[in-house]
Design a protein around this ligand. Structure first.
Ligand code: IPD
Ligand code: CA
Ligand code: CA
Length: 265
């Protein structure tokens, strides 16, 4: 059985409650209200409603905790030690296109350190959870990162900038290097699930630039608790503020870091 503290139980209950109407929306996409944050950057009525349900449920059970949510931004609380970091739908573009690969992502910080993470795909019912010191789980199954040692047999995931975002040329150069030396690259469109898949040993590694804290907070805990390494793309620990991430097992992570550092930007 998965270890689950009372606070993780609260996170799971909130995600399951918010996930139910999300499945209904996913099955009736033609009724979805969509607006744009920027070029090719969409927000749907479902993103906003999901974040509201999550914040309502979490703050009922844990009053005073602070929030950082993609749609609502930062909300301070009376409890200065705890903060939930929420992406209500990570993979909105997939969601809008009827691709069942998106997730609710909730990370929890205590005194500025990530201590718990949940990534939940309501369509597939994949619930990834982890708590610091207690391991990572998919539903009730304990997770462990893949054991591969060489890039040549590894499948590596990434995320790519789209219309209106910077870094297209750099992403193309990085992909060129990685595709040269690996068994394949995947771009699935949800950074939180990319990290969860690294934790589950499905992907051997994952890297991306220009991310936000809510894309990766929960997934970082999952990878660490599954025995993997996560750093920013300089090899440091500034993922949440710096917005870059590299995850993999202890053999592949250093190889990927060296490779990506060598790419001319
Ligand atoms: C996006 C997804 C995508 C990543 C983007 C994110 P959103 O999140 O995680 O995989 O490549 O950088 O913005 O907008 O769907 O919450
Ligand atoms: Ca996101
Ligand atoms: Ca989102």
């Amino acid at each position: 059985m998965a270890f689950s503290s009372p606070t993780l139980n609260v996170m799971v209950a909130a995600a399951r409650k918010a996930g139910r109407p999300l499945i209904r929306d996913f099955n009736e996409l033609e009724n979805l209200q969509i607006s744009m944050k920027g070029p090719a950057d969409f927000v749907t009525s479902a993103d906003k409603r999901t974040e509201k349900i999550l914040i309502d449920e979490l703050s009922k059970a844990r009053p005073g905790y602070a929030f950082l949510g993609e749609e609502g931004g930062a909300v301070t609380g009376a409890d200065a030690t705890h903060r939930f970091i929420i992406d209500p739908i990570d993979g909105t573009t997939n969601f809008m296109h009827g691709i069942p690969h998106f997730a609710i992502s909730i990370g929890l910080e205590r005194e500025g350190k990530l201590v718990a993470g949940l990534v939940f795909n309501p369509v597939t019912d994949d619930l990834f959870t982890a708590e610091k010191g207690h391991g990572a789980y998919l539903n009730n199954k304990r997770l462990r990162v893949a054991a591969r040692k060489d890039l040549a047999s590894s499948v590596i995931a990434t995320g790519l900038p789209f219309l209106g975002k910077e870094g297209h040329a750099r992403a193309a150069s990085e992909m060129a290097e990685v595709m040269n030396v690996t068994a394949g690259i995947r771009r699935f469109g949800s950074a939180s699930l990319d990290l969860a898949y690294v934790a589950a040993g499905r992907f051997d590694g994952f890297w991306e630039r220009s991310l936000q804290a809510w894309d990766i907070a929960a997934g970082i805990v999952l990878v660490r608790e599954a025995g993997g390494m996560v750093t920013d793309l300089n090899g440091g620990a500034d993922m949440l503020r710096g917005g870059t991430v590299l995850a993999g097992n202890e053999n592949l992570h250093p190889q990927m870091l060296k490779l990506l550092k060598g790419v001319k930007s």
